[in-house]
Design a protein around this ligand. Structure first.
Ligand code: IPE
Ligand code: IPE
Ligand code: MG
Length: 254
């Protein structure tokens, strides 16, 4: 595989075996920059080019949903100059990309406690959500001030509020009901989770939704994760056998 060109890799993809929903933990921007003796923010800036390329690739391949982890709740604990540079980059990305997103048929949404962000960033997000609300070729969801445990806490709060208003009974709470109260309500669970930069952890991302997702970890740093790397991840996904706890029919002997 490693010797094949990007085009050859693309030609090996089976369109009927593509994931419907890909989630990505975009990690390694800081290390990318540090290895070049650049400030960490240079890595975040370069990482935006990877976002652009992967959104384009998903749209071209007909993948229905892409969810990317851009800023976790824990990331608020970074130095304030890095946090504010990341917020500025978010606005820059939306200003630069809005037209492209519309042209590619991308519906943009966010998950997380958006209210934690600076007002101007919230405004950019809201405007982009509104400008793309009619599109549905690719559902791009960006996790901002996102935490998986907080998402579950928020779901419990909403369910309890519902219960107070319309006397929901405990037995009416089932998996489907919880799912309907998550930030990702309406999206299918991810089929494939990619994490770049060699870390093999979930870092509080989509804790509920990843229950049966295929996990793919690569040492490649996010700014280096482009078409070629994405196709390698998709090819690996296509080799996986998803069993969901069952025994595959071909292997049942009696
Ligand atoms: C991921 O890159 C981007 C964000 C978390 C915002 P990092 O900034 O975590 O890069 P490393 O992990 O320090 O290399
Ligand atoms: C996870 O990366 C969050 C995002 C990619 C936005 P981190 O770099 O913040 O995660 P840890 O600290 O390595 O777990
Ligand atoms: Mg990191």
């Amino acid at each position: 595989m490693d010797q094949l060109s990007t085009e050859e890799l693309a030609s090996k993809l089976h369109s009927n075996l593509l994931p419907k929903h890909v989630a990505i933990i975009m990690d390694g921007n800081g290390r990318w920059a540090e290895s070049r003796h650049l400030p960490r923010i240079a890595g975040h800036r370069e990482g935006i080019k990877s976002v652009r390329e992967i959104v384009q690739a998903c749209s071209d391949l007909g993948i229905q949903a892409l969810t990317i982890y851009a800023f976790s709740q824990e990331n608020w604990n970074r130095p304030s100059h890095e946090v504010s540079a990341l917020m500025d980059l978010l606005e820059y990305f939306l200003a630069e990309e809005r037209t492209n997103l519309i042209e590619q048929g991308v519906r943009f949404r966010t998950i997380g406690r958006l209210e934690d962000l600076p007002p101007s960033a919230i405004q950019w997000v809201r405007d982009t959500e509104q400008a793309t609300a009619h599109l549905d070729k690719l559902h791009l969801t960006v996790a901002l001030s996102y935490g998986g445990r907080t998402e579950i806490v928020d779901a419990v709060r909403k369910i309890l509020r519902d219960a107070q208003e319309r006397k929901l009974q405990p037995d009416e709470v089932d998996e489907a009901l919880v799912q309907q109260h998550l930030y990702t309500q309406g999206l299918p669970d991810p089929d494939l989770l990619i994490r770049t930069s060699g870390e093999t952890r979930i870092s509080n991302f989509l804790l509920w939704q990843l229950a049966y997702t295929e996990l793919y970890f690569t040492p490649t740093l996010w700014p280096d994760f482009r078409h070629r790397e994405f196709f390698l991840a998709l090819l690996e996904y296509q080799r996986r056998e998803r069993r969901f706890g069952r025994v595959l029919s071909g292997t049942i002997s009696s």
